[in-house]
Design a binder for this molecule. Structure first.
Ligand code: AGP
Length: 613
């Protein structure tokens, strides 16, 4: 499981090991915790260098000069689970030492394939899904198939979101790459070819690239690349010339990491759910507490800061509405000094993207000192909170660079949904249609993808309200919690003052702030409370306010009622509908900030991880 890693491969007249090591360095911004290189140098073995830790550790192995080699592949691993160790670092070998493989992404059905291979006598050295792919390809290759045909057969067997790069000591004049969802780009040079998971690694060597599509296999030689589909039929491709500079390339061509990470969210949904929804429509969570613990827990305390706290509010909504499980949400900084009521049948859940937030870590240690069970919902593997919680569920959102959290919030909220469904399964709760809710999760990626096309409409609204002195964010139930997250985004990247509250609270005070022209954003995705919301909308309009409603595309009740309406793709679950509505509001905050000329990825006064109290 390794989404968003660095992948590199080279064949040609240069010193291949130097090239791929340099390529890894150019992918360093993506975060990693171990790295490795495999290369051929004319003898009949595959040589491998790999180290846990920073790239400099791997670099130490090259200090006395790099080996002569015209073919090498390399990988920097951003672990999603499985400790970052030499053993888990890529490349991985097949059973016979014929091939070396590196992998980016997640193979969902690796356990069933692993069992089949073990039954045939294959012996595995690591716990990774990657090694299973290496053995599967190696088995086909050992039967006499070419490397590219072996890769095609293996890819047809595997499910998930992944990209592979493979070399064989038996076919040293080529290497092969395959893509199924995780990014893979080929670079074409004079007498040389290369591959990487992102453009910056190619630019020093060539600007002529081929974006490899899903379900495609590329065979790279010094003369160029041959691309086929999974059946071996030639697949046409159109080389393109990249005119980005390196910095633009690290953002995937987006102007800021924040926008890139907003647009990554469909892939993040897929990675977050991968391997956690089984064929029988049930949720599968790795290494969480045993069933009797989930039976006896009678209270959940969610503890977090900022955006993670807002995800926690959605978690409370879910655990209480769905499971009737009493849940409280605390700001970490408040929790630790508030002498909280804790019982031995309570569960403390720590949500944290970085896993290093000082207040959350201190609150975690307080709970552990009281012998309270702790569960982490964390993005960075190997982080303090991930290591110190009794159990941890990784959000698998990949590195989040922008200070303003977007994709991590969505991933945290999805993990909370998975957790709620898992508890419902364990408790065999009759009224909960787990299968239906799992199906809703399966459809969420495509609904998220369709949200991205709302951007032009959002940009127009951002242009209209770029000068707003104050913006309201309102909603009811889950929409009220999303409103708080949307408000935080606008505050932290565009420095716009906001007033966020449940819509029903307006007349208890905040309404006094409404003036002619004030923008009020209403989250209106929940049909159960939409009528009530309409009266709140009229309260704002009666005082000259401008209402932007964010609702679902099966709702027409607000057309012509509010001055502007944004519609996200509707689904059955009010929780997921509300979560989806954050996407246009993330974009709104981004575009207002861009128009105001703000330093979006590093807002003033803020840090990505608040490791001080
Ligand atoms: C969110 O956009 C902010 N960057 C900030 O509120 C952040 O969510 C908070 O500091 C918590 O960080 P963590 O998730 O890494 O613990």
């Amino acid at each position: 499981m390794a989404p968003m890693c660095g992948i590199a491969g080279y064949i040609g007249p240069r010193k291949a090991v130097d090239v791929v090591f340099d390529q890894l360095k150019r992918l360093e911004y993506r975060g990693y915790d171990s790295a490795g290189i495999a290369y051929l140098n004319g003898d009949s073995t595959i040589h491998v260098l790999k180290r846990a830790g920073k790239l400099t550790e791997l670099g130490k192995l090259l200090e006395d000069g790099s080996p002569d080699s015209g073919l090498a592949i390399a990988h920097s691993r951003w672990a999603t689970h499985g400790a970052p160790t030499d053993l888990n670092a890529h490349p991985h070998f097949d059973q016979f030492g014929d091939i070396a493989l590196i992998h980016n992404g997640i193979i969902e059905n690796y356990l069933e394939v692993k069992a089949e291979l073990m039954a045939e006598g294959h012996v595995f050295r690591s716990e990774t899904d990657t090694e299973v792919a290496a053995h599967l390809i190696g088995r086909e290759h050992a039967s006499g198939l070419t490397l590219e045909e072996s890769v095609r057969r293996a890819v047809r067997r595997l499910r998930g979101a992944f990209a592979f790069v493979v070399l064989s000591r038996r076919e040293p004049e080529k290497f092969v790459a395959a893509r199924n969802a995780s990014p893979l780009i080929v670079g074409l040079g004079e007498g040389e070819s290369m591959v990487a998971s992102d453009v910056p690694a190619l630019l020093p060597y060539t600007r002529k690239v081929v974006i490899i599509e899903d379900d495609r296999v590329a065979m790279l030689t010094r003369d160029g690349v041959v691309v086929t589909d999974l059946e071996g039929r030639p697949a046409p491709y159109e080389p393109m010339t990249i005119d980005w500079d390196v910095e633009a390339a690290e953002k995937g061509g987006y102007e800021h990491f924040m926008l890139k990470e907003i647009h990554e969210q469909p892939l993040v949904v897929r990675q977050c759910l991968a391997g956690r929804l089984d064929e029988a429509g049930r949720v599968r969570l790795e290494q969480v507490f045993s069933d009797h613990v989930w039976q006896e827990i009678d209270r959940v305390n969610i503890i977090a800061c900022g955006t993670a706290y807002h995800a926690g509010l959605l978690g409370k909504y879910l655990l209480e509405m769905m499971l009737r499980l009493p849940t409280d949400v605390f700001y970490s900084s408040e929790f630790r000094y508030g002498d909280p009521l804790l019982s031995d049948r309570s569960l403390a859940v720590f949500i944290s993207q970085s896993g290093e937030t000082a207040d959350s870590l201190a609150a975690l240690r307080l709970c552990k000192s009281r012998r309270i069970r702790t569960l982490g919902i964390v993005n960075v593997v190997g982080s303090s909170i991930a290591r110190e919680c009794d159990r941890v569920l990784f959000t698998q959102a990949g590195p989040e660079i922008s200070v303003a959290s977007t994709k991590a919030y969505v991933a945290q909220s999805l993990v909370l949904q998975l957790l709620a469904l898992y508890i419902a399964q364990v408790r065999e709760m009759p009224g909960i249609r787990v299968g239906e809710l799992v199906q809703d999760l399966r459809e969420f990626e495509s609904r998220m993808d369709r949200c991205l096309i709302l951007e032009p409409q959002v940009q127009e609204l951002a242009e209209r309200f770029v000068g707003a002195p104050l913006v309201f964010f309102l909603g009811r139930n889950a929409d009220a919690h999303v409103a708080r997250e949307a408000a935080l985004k606008l505050k932290e990247v565009a420095y716009v003052p906001t007033q966020e509250s449940p819509a029903g609270e307006l007349k208890h005070g905040p309404l006094a702030l409404i003036e002619p022209g004030t923008l009020a954003v209403f989250g209106a995705t929940d049909p159960e409370v939409r009528e009530k919301l309409a009266s709140n909308i009229r309260e704002v309009q009666a005082r000259g306010g401008f209402v932007l409603a964010v609702t679902t595309d099966d709702d027409t009740s607000l057309d012509g009622v509010s001055e502007a309406v944004i519609k996200v793709p509707a689904g059955r679950s009010s929780y997921l509908n509300a979560l989806l509505s954050v996407v246009p509001l993330q974009m709104f905050a981004y575009h207002v900030a861009r128009l105001r000329g703000c330093e979006i990825d590093q807002p003033r006064n803020l840090a990505k991880s608040v490791t001080v109290e």
